[in-house]
Ligand binder design. Structure first.
Ligand code: SF4
Length: 464
């Protein structure tokens, strides 16, 4: 993963990659907006209601989690609690070990990325195979997802075809249908050979203990139904109080994530196989993962725990669109990641304290968030936390902006620049001694520098 500031990573991104991330996110955002306003009289009211439901959840986890546990157990599900990433990985390993299992198939789950489950299992001689097409491609390329919903947004089909050829999945062919069919043929065998299927969980109802999963490929259905054991890894914040809350949240999730009225596969899982439900796995386990969420709950940024991982804030973010996901140096990219990743990093917070600064605070992320998370406010709170805790200052950026950043962060230099700025009106721009700037100014003219102080202007502006 990238190990440089966001702006430097963005500057190093090949233009075709940046363009494809930009077009793809913009397209989804526009479809999402149209769909919401075509279908609902006031989507903003719905977002606020959904936000209140999820806020209620995070403020009542102390009662909702035990209620969910009791319902899950009554449904025949074994419940595990994992305070840390290590505990969560060990719980999966323990379940597999107890059954002599060595092969696991996974459907897409961000929590498993967060806890680094695959390397943990592989180190212990177990196979953990991704079955979501995007995640499968990430796995064979030893890469990292760059978007919450579309992990391979940074790849094109030629790169994918090359990877498939390298892995012996057929001769080079970059037709999406061929790529998909080859992946499907390969994965079908793996479902049948797997001992354990692992999924995430979009929601768990505290009222009924139902686990709700949404996918577009149907792979989670194979993961939870074909093997004898189903494990669901679920963050502790993924609850809803009542089944009926799901109606609103699922409607908003599908539209916000992929501009669909509802995701293609929406599964409600009540438990393992039973006399009244003869199909499905023999055992079902839910592992509730904390891994820093309790600390987030105690912080001033607890609202981020409302997140339902739709990715809409990534699609609309001007920074994400230019930088792509790997620039965020963590599992969760974009505006949600700029808040969540530093918080989940715990003692490593200073290493990611620059992420909240990589924002223009335009507010678009808040406007699209289906659970109305005030992301710009949270970014400001984290900037403040970074300052209070003495986190390293943000990089002054890639060279063309370095001088600007230096000047804008020094009041004396800023005032001097303002005072001397008028000189620029008398220098022909073609004499600017930097070739990259000359190529830009040769086709443009600079507006006249008026100078002056904003404060002075504010004070002297005519009153209405
Ligand atoms: S913060 Fe909001 S918009 Fe962003 S992924 Fe989470 S729910 Fe979606």
């Amino acid at each position: 993963m990238a190990n440089q500031p966001i702006d430097a990573y963005a500057a190093s991104l090949p233009p075709d990659k940046r363009e494809s991330v930009y077009q793809s996110t913009k397209g989804t955002h526009e479809k999402r907006t149209k769909l919401l306003w075509d279908h609902f009289l006031d989507p903003n009211e719905l977002r606020q209601t959904a936000g209140r439901i999820k806020q209620h959840v995070i403020e009542n986890l102390d009662t909702l989690l035990p209620a969910a546990e009791a319902k899950l157990q009554a449904n025949g599900v074994q419940v595990h609690w994992a305070p840390t990433a290590e505990d969560a990985c060990a719980a999966v390993h323990g379940i597999m070990d107890a059954r002599g299992a060595t092969k696991l198939v996974k459907s897409k789950t961000m929590v498993s990325e967060e806890i680094e489950l695959t390397p943990y299992l592989e180190k212990r001689g177990m196979e953990a195979l991704e079955t979501d097409l995007g995640e499968f491609i990430i796995q064979i390329d030893h890469d990292h997802p760059s978007h919450i919903v579309r992990p391979i947004i940074h790849k094109n089909r030629r790169e994918i075809a090359t990877s498939f050829e390298r892995e012996g999945l057929g001769d080079y062919n970059d037709e999406p249908e061929v790529i998909t069919r080859r992946a499907r043929d390969f994965l079908r065998q793996k479902y049948l050979q797997a001992d354990v299927g692992l999924t995430g969980g979009n929601f768990i109802s505290a009222e009924s203990g139902r686990l709700v999963l949404v996918t577009n490929e149907g792979n989670s259905r194979f993961c939870l139904a074909a093997p004898k054991v189903h494990i669901a890894l679920v963050g502790i914040e993924k609850l809803v109080p009542r089944d009926r809350d799901l109606g609103l949240l699922l409607n908003l999730l599908g539209r916000s994530a992929t501009a669909q009225q509802l995701t293609v596969y929406t599964e409600f899982i009540t438990g393992p196989k039973s006399p009244t439900q003869p199909d499905g796995p023999e055992e079902m386990h839910v592992i509730f993962v904390d891994n820093g969420r309790t600390e987030v709950l105690a912080s001033q940024c607890r609202e981020i725990l409302r997140c339902i991982r739709c990715g809409a804030c990534l699609n609309v973010c001007p920074i994400y669109r230019q930088a792509s996901g790997h620039a965020y140096r963590s599992v969760y990219p974009g505006p949600v990641g700029a808040v969540l990743s530093p918080l989940l990093a715990g003692k490593q917070f200073p290493e990611l304290a620059d992420l909240p600064k990589a924002s223009s605070l335009c507010g678009a992320c808040n406007e699209v968030c289906p659970v109305d998370i005030p992301i710009p406010d949270l970014l400001l709170r984290l900037r403040d936390k970074g300052k209070t805790e003495g986190a390293p200052k943000a990089s002054i950026g890639v060279p063309p902006m370095g001088g600007w950043a230096l000047m804008a962060s020094q009041p004396t230099a800023w005032k001097a620049a303002l005072a001397g700025g008028k000189v620029i009106n008398h220098i022909p721009t073609k004499l600017i001694p930097f070739p990259p700037l000359q190529s830009w100014t040769s086709s443009r003219t600079l507006p006249e520098w008026r100078g002056g102080s904003f404060r002075k202007w504010m004070k002297n502006r005519p009153s209405k």
